[in-house]
Write a protein that binds this ligand. Structure first.
Ligand SMILES: Nc1ncnc2c1ncn2[C@@H]1O[C@H](COP(=O)(O)OP(=O)(O)OP(=O)(O)O)[C@@H](O)[C@H]1O
Ligand SMILES: [Mg+2]
Length: 254
């Protein structure tokens, strides 16, 4: 980590939401500090409502902290929102494709926003669809695709813009085991190839362990209750201990 350039920095970040009609503000993130180096893969686990998606919204500059500082590549993602165009790709739990656009037009969307010329963006989009095994479906609309295929389109869309950072909010949780595993494997290959920094929200301890990543477990309001790092060579016994510890933390005994 120490010789890797810093990509994402949270310094004592808190985020409260005011409630309609007044009353005490709702605290979604409390005094959260962490940093992520370029090319790192970090999995975030935590119970529903503990502020994981809010953390993503802070990284992508959709909201700004109530206190503390968020820096991404040294910039403030909220204040410098335009500077970040194309630098951050997001894969959501449900694919969020535009129903009126074909698969290839959906993949080309980010390139269009980045003003890549039409012929070139269709070429790039087609190559990403091919990469994800969807060449035959380029001109299909989302409603004609299966859930797994739609999720492949959204992974293609995220990578097509060549983002430095990929934020993934439970991207594979709605897929059956076989489809999910295939896409997970492909996703990991793509991350390695592109060198993108990735933060990955999941509710599955096994998925987080499979990625052999750095793991952060959040408690509510969002802050780090437990953190560890796994390597491909981490032993089965150590993995079992980590799995156990995470279960305890998630159930509030940790
Ligand atoms: N814009 C908002 N206004 C008010 N409250 C919000 C807003 N966004 C999030 N919250 C609240 O902040 C808390 C954290 O929400 P968040 O979506 O970050 O949780 P999460 O960890 O992603 O949960 P899940 O696992 O269910 O997706 C929730 O209680 C939610 O209601
Ligand atoms: Mg969420």
């Amino acid at each position: 980590m120490s010789n890797t350039p810093l990509e994402i920095l949270f310094e004592r970040v808190s985020k409260s939401f005011s409630r309609p009609g007044g009353g005490p503000a709702f605290e979604a993130v409390r005094d959260l500090s962490f940093s992520v180096g370029r090319g790192e893969l970090v999995a975030i686990l935590g119970k529903t409502g503990c502020g994981k998606s809010t953390t993503f919204n802070l990284i992508s500059g959709l909201i700004r902290p109530s206190a503390g500082r968020v820096a991404v590549q040294g910039h403030d993602p909220y204040a410098d929102f335009a500077w970040f165009r194309g630098k951050i790709g997001i894969v959501f739990q449900n694919d969020r494709l535009m129903p009126w656009r074909t698969a290839i037009e959906n993949v080309a969307l980010g390139l269009e926003l980045n003003k890549v010329p039409p012929a070139q963006r269709l070429e790039i989009a087609a190559s990403w669809l091919a990469r994800l095994g969807l060449s035959g479906h380029a001109n299909d609309y989302p409603h004609a695709l299966s859930g797994g295929m739609r999720q492949r389109v959204s992974v293609a869309r995220a990578f097509a813009g060549k983002p430095d950072i990929l934020l993934c909010d439970e991207p594979f949780s709605a897929l059956d085991e076989h489809t999910g595993n295939a896409l997970r494997q492909e996703f990991r290959n793509l991350l390695q190839e592109t060198g993108a920094t990735s933060i990955f929200i999941t509710h599955s301890i096994d998925e987080a362990l499979w990625f052999s990543a750095r793991l952060m477990v959040f408690e509510r309001p969002a802050r780090i209750a437990y953190e560890t790092t796994l390597a491909p060579e981490t032993s089965e016994a150590d993995r079992a201990a980590v799995r156990d510890r995470i279960r305890k933390v998630l159930s509030g005994e940790g």
